[in-house]
Design a protein around this ligand. Structure first.
Ligand code: C6P
Length: 407
């Protein structure tokens, strides 16, 4: 039985106090906390198996190589793709930049169009702006409706510009909106575009099968899905990755090197230059084992319940303007709000004094905030260990904002 109160015991940090109060961690979209077994998996790697990979000459080197391969298998199975299609990177940002600086620079030219959306995290916007600056291509940005959903009519209309590349998020980190990625991918493919999906906020909360979505690239970070920082994944379709230029060059990614020239290793090594983060990959695989034991359907069920509860409770607080869809069926992972008359950073500081950790600011979505006519918001974000009590404590702590600001 999925019980967040029981599984909280697996997360050592959740027993901490902050400012003399029990920690209420509601900043999981920024980074999730890690269960003990993930921490131990990394520790055991360093204590028992640490060596560089692909060096073959000794036992520890073989063990490290096997552990990296096993972690790749785990990730591939988890998201429904082939092993060679899983490229380990540092995080979602690096994954998206990899696509921008390889596929983007090689395939886009003056006059070409890319389509993205106003709800993107900067990591899925700035790289395309940079490709545009360097190639002369342009970026078209689709807006959101007043309900906080992607404007699919505008999306369809922008697709008539025959974009070469379309990039969108699976789940918005600021609105919590779940986008219909399968449908959007189909529409973009019909228009002839390569499709890049930012899955940073989706993979932690729902069973994502990249092969079913059908996109060309899918990016996510280990640290938001109970795994360690410093490990992320770019999934790419083999047919598109194979002819692509490498991103970083040097050790580990070559087939043969002469004084004049080099040839590239097969996938995925071609995109993994230098010493990989084996401990991170091992930790990520351990996080996936943990999530799979809970069951991704249960994980999503719990996510939806918490989002529903948070919406219900936040709507009762006077002065809160909730961002994003009202219906939890269209949301995942977080609820952001504006506290009218009090700056988001002030709200967060007061909440912190009560032990409640939330994020305040633009959440790396400045264009989105601007489109809503605000500069900042407060975001409460959740993961498997979030309880209704956490939400209650946040609402209680909001009383202090009222006391201090009289609003
Ligand atoms: N969002 C947040 O508090 P990195 O930092 O590379 O692991 O992930 C970047 C990223 C990309 N896309 C989305 C949708 C994201 O939410 C994030 C990270 C964090 O919302 C940190 S800004």
């Amino acid at each position: 039985m999925f019980d967040p109160k029981v599984l909280r015991r697996d997360f050592p940090i959740l027993t901490r106090e902050v400012k003399g109060k029990p920690l209420v961690y509601l900043d999981s979209a920024a980074t999730s906390q890690k269960p003990r077994e993930v921490l131990l998996a990394e520790k055991e790697y360093y204590e028992q198996h640490n060596a560089n990979v692909h060096r073959g000459a000794h036992t520890l080197g073989d063990e490290a190589t096997q552990l990296l391969a096993k972690a790749r298998q785990t990730v591939a199975r988890f998201v429904g793709v082939r092993e060679g299609e899983v490229i380990f990177v540092r995080n979602t940002t690096e994954a998206l930049n990899l696509v921008a600086y390889t596929w983007g620079l090689d395939n886009l030219k003056q006059g070409d169009t890319m389509v993205t959306t106003v709800m993107e995290h900067h990591s899925n916007l700035v790289p395309w702006q940079e490709v545009a600056r360097r190639t002369g291509a342009k970026v078209e940005v689709v807006g959101v409706t007043s309900e906080g959903l992607l404007d699919l009519a505008e999306y369809q209309q922008k697709l008539t510009l025959a974009p070469k590349l379309v990039a969108f998020g699976h789940v918005s980190n600021a609105l919590g909106t779940i986008n219909p990625v399968k449908k959007m991918t189909k529409m973009a493919h019909k228009a002839g575009a390569v499709v890049v999906v930012d899955g940073a906020q989706a993979v932690p909360h729902m069973g994502v099968k990249v092969n079913q979505i059908g996109c060309d690239f899918y990016a996510f970070s280990g640290h938001k899905m109970l795994g360690p920082m410093g490990i992320g994944v770019l999934v790419g379709r083999r047919e598109i990755l194979d002819p692509m230029s490498p991103f970083l060059t040097g050790g580990g990614m070559i087939n043969e090197v002469t004084r004049e020239n080099s040839t590239w290793a097969d996938l995925p090594d071609k995109f993994e230059a230098g010493t990989p983060n084996v401990a991170g990959a091992v930790g990520l695989a351990s996080a996936i084992d943990y999530l799979e034991r809970l069951g991704m359907e249960e994980v999503r069920g719990h996510d939806k319940q918490i989002v529903e509860y948070a919406l219900q409770e936040f709507y009762k607080v006077r002065n809160l303007v909730i961002l994003g869809p009202k219906d939890a069926n269209y949301r995942s992972g977080s609820v952001s709000f504006e506290y009218q008359g009090v700056h988001a950073h002030d709200v967060a500081t007061i909440l912190d004094s009560e032990g409640v950790a939330v994020r305040s600011g633009h959440h790396c979505t400045m264009p989105l905030h601007k489109s809503m006519g605000i500069t900042a918001s407060v975001r409460a974000s959740f993961n498997v260990y979030t309880t209704k009590e956490d939400i209650k404590k946040l609402v209680e702590a909001l009383q202090k904002v009222k006391t201090v600001f009289g609003k």
